[in-house]
Design a protein around this ligand. Structure first.
Ligand code: FAD
Length: 342
């Protein structure tokens, strides 16, 4: 029997891993992908579609099953419930219709690429007063707000605090470099959104950058880009009129009138666009492959040290800091090379 490679998650890291495993292992393995949805959500372009006034669900979804079928990769649409690394088993419930009976799947190799939970539910007042651009639902909600409700008041854009786990403490980086730490999970989106928002304000005759305050929990926004690059960006942005608040620490609450920050500072705003904490899924917590937060522990080859047949790719991996799809994409090839080598 061919070794069975089971890939959990079918978005960037899951789809990429499955395709790379097929490319590098050929027909010597059987591959199955499990995801709760049957389309790839092209997250990075949601802000662009929203500010251009287009429905992102019409332009940014790609069918997963037919894409996988091109490489003879199986697909199961199901909610993943549990992983048992000792029994080499994944428990899932098919989710096409409610009421499906729970099932299990055995694997020889497991690739965990389930991303994280974007924890808007941890931000008090978000549902009533917050906006964001991280999926089709929230993107369309903001699109509607901009078109029909926004009166042209101040805008606050920024991130809640990220809680990085301890899963990288034993990772040895080539060249002895220090492992990055991040106080915000992914700060490209707030920077991109502040620039798009300013363009939108200008195009709609509602003002410009001086209406926008961008905030970060860290000492420096997008600190992973490096002090020199961010310094130049802040110089240009300040010259354009953007307002900047650093060391916000966290988002405490969103109200009708603005954003309350853990630093004690409040930002007055009619429109509040917020990016939350990236939190591991509940079923990832407390597993022998996970760190203290629930991110999957790996070495630099994306392999779990305790369970060498378990790999991680993308946002689910502890080593992926900050949480960027580009990093996950590079990890797909590393995972596939390791499985092919075995
Ligand atoms: C607005 C925005 C803009 C961004 N722009 C960029 C950018 O320009 N460049 C960049 O590199 N990164 C960007 N990112 C980050 C990027 O989107 C993520 O790093 C990337 O999506 C991570 O890919 P992933 O496959 O690891 O996880 P995800 O994309 O989160 O995919 C995880 C998959 O697992 C599935 N899944 C999860 N739990 C279960 C379960 N229990 N059962 C079944 N299926 C499950 C999900 O349905 C999903 O398909 C952006 C993020 C945001 C929010």
């Amino acid at each position: 029997m061919k070794p069975h490679v089971v890939v959990l998650g079918g978005n960037f890291a899951g789809l990429g891993s499955a395709q790379k495993v097929r490319e590098l292992c050929g027909e010597s393995v059987r591959i199955t992908v499990i995801d709760r949805k049957n389309f790839l959500l092209f997250v990075p372009n949601v802000p662009a579609e929203v500010f251009e006034g287009r429905d992102p669900s019409k332009t940014l979804a790609m069918d997963i099953p037919s894409t996988l079928d091109e490489d003879d990769i199986g697909f199961i649409q199901a909610e993943i419930k549990a992983i048992d690394p000792d029994a080499k088993r994944v428990d899932f419930v098919p989710n096409e219709r409610p009421g499906a009976a729970p099932e299990s799947l055995s694997y020889d190799y497991l690739v965990v690429a389930v991303g994280n939970r974007l924890a808007y539910d941890k931000i008090e007042g978000f549902a009533e007063h917050g906006h964001t651009v991280s999926d089709f639902y929230y993107g369309n909600k903001l699109r509607h707000f901009l078109a029909h409700e926004y009166k042209g008041g101040p805008v606050a854009i920024g991130s809640a605090r990220f809680h990085q786990g301890d899963g990288t403490k034993d990772v040895k980086l080539y060249g002895g470099h220090a492992f990055p730490s991040a106080e915000a999970a992914c700060e490209g989106p707030p920077v991109e959104t502040m620039l798009s928002m300013a363009t939108w304000l200008g195009q709609h005759g509602k003002g410009g950058p001086d209406k926008i305050t961008v905030f970060t929990p860290a000492a420096l926004i997008a600190e992973d880009a490096g002090e020199e690059v961010v310094g130049k960006l802040l110089g240009i942005a300040g010259g354009m009129g953007f307002n900047y608040v650093n060391e916000a620490k966290d988002v405490t609450r969103i109200t009708k009138d603005g954003v309350e920050l853990a630093s004690g500072k409040n930002i007055e705003a009619e429109l509040k666009i917020v990016f939350p904490d990236w939190v591991p899924h509940d079923f990832m917590k407390g597993l022998p492959i996970s760190d203290n937060e629930g991110f999957v522990v790996t070495d630099v080859t994306m392999r779990n040290p305790k369970y060498p047949n378990v790999f991680a790719a993308g946002d689910a991996a502890a080593i992926t800091v900050p949480k960027l799809g580009g990093i996950g994409h590079a990890q797909c090839e590393i995972v596939a090379k390791q499985i092919a080598k075995d």
